[in-house]
Write a protein that binds this ligand. Structure first.
Ligand SMILES: [Zn+2]
Length: 63
């Protein structure tokens, strides 16, 4: 069996759109253009984790 190139394909866990593929990225911030959600991708040896970025919006209601 041919071994695939060591590239990690990152797809959006919500809509399945391919966001990027990387071979050496450690931690990447990616945004799904479809869902408008930002994800943090962590690429390790033989593993890939994707999770929703915990962006903090400061809501200013004082105006
Ligand atoms: Zn998406």
């Amino acid at each position: 069996m041919a071994r695939a190139a060591e590239k990690y394909k990152v797809v959006c866990p919500v809509c399945g759109k391919q966001l990027f593929s990387s071979s050496s990225a450690d931690v990447e911030d990616v945004m799904c253009p479809k869902c408008k959600k930002q994800y943090v991708v962590r690429v390790g040896v033989g593993s890939l984790q994707i999770r929703e970025s915990q962006m903090q919006y400061s809501i200013d209601n004082s105006k």
